[in-house]
Ligand binder design. Sequence first.
Ligand code: ADP
Length: 480
Amino acid sequence: MIFQIDIATLTSVSSVFYSILLVLLFLFWRQNKDIDAILWWCGFPLFRIIYSLISSDSINYGNDLIIYIGNLSVILSDTMLMIGCLKFTNMDIRWKIIYGYLAVFIAFSFYQYFSGTDLAGRTKLVVIIDLIPIMASIYALSHLENKAYAIEKYFTIFWISFQIAIFTFWILINFNFSSPTLGPSIIISLAFAYLGHIFITVGLIILTIAQRRNQLLSESLKHKELERNLERVLEVAQAANEEKNLFLTNMSHELRTPLNAIIGFSESLKLKYYGELNEKQYEYVDNIYGGGELLLKLITDLLHLSNIEEGKVDIFLEDVNLNDLLTKTLPLLQEIVGKDSDRLKINNQISNTEIATTVYIDQIRTKQILINFVSNAVKYSENDKEVLLELVDYDDDYYRISITDHGVGIEEDQYENIFLPFNRAGIDTTTTEGIGVGLSIAKNLIEEMKGRVDFVSKFGEGSTFWIDIPKSKQRQLPIS
Ligand code: ADP
């Protein structure tokens, strides 16, 4: 009697554990669907539950078919364990062998059913057939790397092997389960077998956690490697950039010396210090002078850009009266459009009240940017087209100075390149002088001054370039 109750208790307690672990495994699979071994492993506790439900009442069955279904559940449970282990270790699965194996067990079971085999005979068959998936699972798991799965691997292998120890005990007692003297030890062996299954399921869960952990680890290692590579590439790029800047600086200095001589001598010839020139001579000397000036500007721009990139340009920020700045800059801008030209129009929307408007900028750099914008407006539009300079109180933080022209405009697919150095935005480089650094310098400078730069343009109709210059903190200063 005690024997019966104990088996029922054992099976129902273990079923509760199996169910909890089954739910855990299944939830784990839902979050890690890429590890398909988990789904197969779910079959391990699932078939154990079916077996437990059947075997809890086994003492009341004779040679009923349900007993064989219970035995088949044991075999299926360990087959699922094996398939999961093979999948987990990326080993080949020979499905035909597995089907054949199950077919052999079913065939033998039928034979036993019809020949009325007793409990000992039935258990012998289960033990022999069940050894195959158990051994295969141990074999598969033994392939896991010790470094990555040390504890998880040996924990699971230990509890799977433990089943073999229990089978050995049953073989030793010659499957004599009905012996009254052996009763308690059989119960203990059964309890250990169920405990073993619970620990195997726990082992499967920690194996999958270990795999996730290893994946995360290797991903973070890859990330670190990538970061290191990026740092190396950045260092190489920085070194190359420094070399380029050094080359530009040296070259500009070397070029400027002979160029200054060309400009100086051609200017003195032009000014007729050394006697009169005929018309042709004057024209050529003027060309030499103009070409020299242009070359000097280009070289200066280049040098400037490389200095900005190297952070060698000093920015001197101070509170500046905006209207004052405009007054000082206008003659320079007028010179660019042509001294006597009336192309340059001004629209100053900031009233010059007694308390004047102040900005926090570097005066010289701001002038440089405006000169750049106006030069471009002139360069990229026809001679008679108006160039408009507007000054507006943009918002609480910025004043906006914009230069509008009615020139060639910029094609939309070039918008993103406009401020890149050495980019000429698709302009015909053979006919329009320039090297494409002016806007890039302007952007760098205004950003150093905590301002902004941008533009709008319509191809064939014209462009507006502007800078937003930061208002001074102590906003209102008396007019100087
Ligand atoms: P550069 O004038 O020497 O080419 P910039 O950096 O000043 O160099 O200008 C870059 C490019 O932007 C120019 O080559 C030109 O294609 C375009 N661009 C600049 N300003 C204007 C403008 N006002 N109208 C049309 N295109 C312009």
